[in-house]
Design a protein. Sequence first.
Length: 654
Amino acid sequence: MSASGNTIDTLLEERRSFPPSDEFRRRARVTDDSLHRAAAADPEAFWAEQALRYITWFQPWERVLDWELPFARWFVGGKLNVSFNCLDRHVDAGRGDKVAYHWEGEPGDTRTITYAELLAEVCKFANALRALGVRRGDRVGIYLPMIPELPVAMLACARIGAPHSVVFGGFSAEAVRDRMNDAEATVLITADEGWRRGGRVPLKRNSDDALQQCPSIGSVVVVRRTGGDVSMTRGRDHWYHDIIQGQSSVCEPEHMDSEDLLFTLYTSGTTARPKGIKHTTAGYLLYGMFTHDLVFDIQPDTVYWCAADVGWVTGHTYIVYAPLGNGVTSVMYEGTPDHPARDRWWSLIEHYGVTVLYCAPTAIRTFMKWGSEFPAQHDLSSLRVLGTVGEPINPEAWMWYREHIGGNRTPVVDTWWQTETGGILISPLPGATTLKPGSATLPLPGVAAAVVDEAGRPVAAGSGGYVTITKPWPGMLRGIWGDDERYRQTYWERFGDQYFAGDGARIDEDGYYWFMGRVDDVMNVAGHRISTTEVESALVGHLAVAEAAVVAKSDAETGQAISAFVTLRAGFEESTALITELRSHVAKVIGAIARPKWIAFTPDLPKTRSGKIMRRLLRDIAENRQLGDTTTLADAGIVEDLRRRATEEEGKEG
Ligand code: WTA
């Protein structure tokens, strides 16, 4: 408990709010809280109704839910196939010519793939995998760049009932090796190389390195992407284009059980050893489709772009399974936002007439840093809904996104969820919810969430605490691959019968959630428990600041003191005067208690490849400690530079 009696003190107050516009509401799918009320009144009946609406079943389920804490089974006894739901039924209904993906490669090559074409390709590859000996239940590793063969491979696995384990294409050989061994995968699907910012990522070479220590892998399938030279091991390695040659474009889908494993995905390791999160068939598909449909207000003419990588859960759910399940047209882009220039995203939106954009706050803050002239060069008027995910979004970044990308017109939906939750849990519904910049607003229909104190009791409005989920939901993880005990300990031990998400949040007088980061990141300054997010948001609220990361540093006087790493917007100069100004700015916005003791400028912050700031490393730097694990870092050079700056700034404390 803190000096003030709150579990986490809340200091920052945001007063702006945006109700849905009449124009948006006229077309919106949901405009009131009737779904929330129906779900609260009878959750199982509610989910049963959604399962009939969204999924085509081969065989109906017997029971909606078996719940033996902490293990849930949804739609028990039901039979279905995820790839059938994502492909065949749209084609059977006469929508085979609808575009599934407008794909664009980093070098500018493009492919347009209809639902009928995607189905044919998936069937051929599924048949090829069967020919390689893959059977229902076998695990398949996938290590590919953002090319159409990535969703094809996932859907082909789903079609034949082989759970996949996708490894993000930016990860190293060690990451591939560890994940393949943990899952005991029998086949690995990779590419010769991938494109990134004009350079080549050596995926096949990394795979070869990894496979020296992966005894379970018998076959490797290699997609030709760049045409670069790679070595092929006879008997083990096969070109993708060779093995689909001559395969039938018809492939009978396996009738899977609702609770059969669809995939494992390892959580982005900002802390300990990665965990293989398990998601199963029916509940995951339903939950992804339901949330995608309503949060992004999907319409028949929606052109949807989720700019994440398929290697993360955001891409699994919101690039592959949910949009295809809902029969939507998506944009898929292979490369980085600044290749060949800093307006690449905005030119894609203009070209394809994108109506929904879903991306991460870290991308938005990067665009703020580059300046608003890049989006201003393009017509972005097709956009109707903007979304964010992955980290708390600072109110100023939220406002910038709405203004410079959304033309002061579009709703911004801040969506909170986790690899473990399968889909979005806390988010506005854009036609129904009044938005507040920086708040993920309210739990979605059917989601029972709470903010609780150390004893697991709900905190009062206006207070901060730990986020928990109090009832099972269809998209929830079914455990950790091979480690039920770790599953129980990580998520269910702290509060007994509530799922503990590891995040802190404040709940306001309207019941809105204000996420404050991982609870491990909370600082204790003179007995006040202060969230890193709030101080970061205050800093980003200053005109000169594009991005900030805040960590605690031990302090003889106050226990912990606040250290801030700050990235400036284009056009602002680093200076001692600016440091003084930023310190008083935070004191003015939040209070003297939150005034950073120490500020360093940096051109960039250390982030994971999924864009999360690695505060653990910043704490090591602030404390002048040996650095912990840096293998998930996107750019290792940043850390050395920061260390140098940290030593230089040491004298400027005050
Ligand atoms: C953080 C990504 C605040 C949070 C889908 C969570 C967020 C972790 C938000 C999960 C948000 C994600 N506001 N924080 N809208 N979305 N987070 O597993 O700390 O990569 O626990 O899943 O990201 O990250 P993961």
